[in-house]
Design a protein around this ligand. Sequence first.
Ligand code: IPM
Ligand code: MG
Length: 363
Amino acid sequence: MKSLHLCVLPGDGIGPEVTAEAVKVMERVCKASGIELRLEYALLGGAAIDEEGIPLPMKTIERCRAADAVLLGAVGGPKWDAVEAHNRPEAGLLGIRAKLGLYANLRPAKVFPPLKNASPLREDIVSKGVDLLVVRELTGGIYFGEKGHTEVDGQDAAYDVELYSVPEIERIAKTAFDMAMARSKKLTSIDKANVLESSRLWRSVINRIAQQYPEVEVGHMYVDNASMQLVRNPSQFDVIVTSNIFGDILSDESAMISGSIGMLPSASLGYSGGGLYEPIHGSAPDIAGQGIANPLATILSLGMMFRYTFRMPEQAAAIEQAVENVLAKYRTPDIAAEGLETVSTSRMGDLVAQEAEKLVAAK
Ligand code: IPM
Ligand code: MG
């Protein structure tokens, strides 16, 4: 019997609620597939600060490394705002990505057909269809560069360094080109090469790797223009590849195009087969504990896990289909619609788990 070992990092805010629903789905899909599931939990972010005094305990790193894949909820919240920078919940998230070597972050953004009215963009802009994938470099650049304080003209000053090495750009470029090959063979690299030296290196490496992928149509765009184009005409994009900071910003913008940040999953991958899967949204402390959070982004992250880490596309497709089928009748409050039943976080999880099990069993 095949067995899978999953490490769950519920984290903070709505993290525990949404991961609990994804675990329900995981259990049912595994049952229907004849897979033995081993679940383990570990602390990350504020939850770890409260228990152990630091956002990323060694035990958490070890448990993640030992697992086949990691499912993460979200980290952070006002409770830990006063904590010193290197010990904030966010440092735990950046730390686990770095410790696991997860340099490629895949953030798909699409308009789900049942939710096409949810986009804040005009209907004629989204009606051409939006289905794009942001490939964000995740363990380099300014988020990991040298940082500190210094003095300028006798006044306090602070700096953060944006630095990319050729191998760092090469590996993320390869991930992005491979993704483009599996999709519509169109890749847009986003940088600020008119100003930044690191962007000029980025662009030259992308162009060199492009020679290994003659079928892929490659374009370059400055980040300021790209942020405008994303709302002007998002359908022009398929795969986007960009640096850590630009990817952080543009993936939130892309997510909003779909109108429902509560719907969007992500995968963080590295050299090893294992990966870390998490919803794009944050810990939403304002709605935590009320049973109203949307668990679908986390459930869809599980779908990505079946696709990219377990290489079980049938289970991945069943999870995605289950979400779409359930959305036709039921909604969480964030995507409520007239004529459809509004349900709680846990009811949504039950419905998708049941539907996914049925779909897998029917294959
Ligand atoms: C994200 C988040 C994180 C990031 C924060 C919480 C450190 O914004 O996953 O996009 O910047 O990567
Ligand atoms: Mg972000």
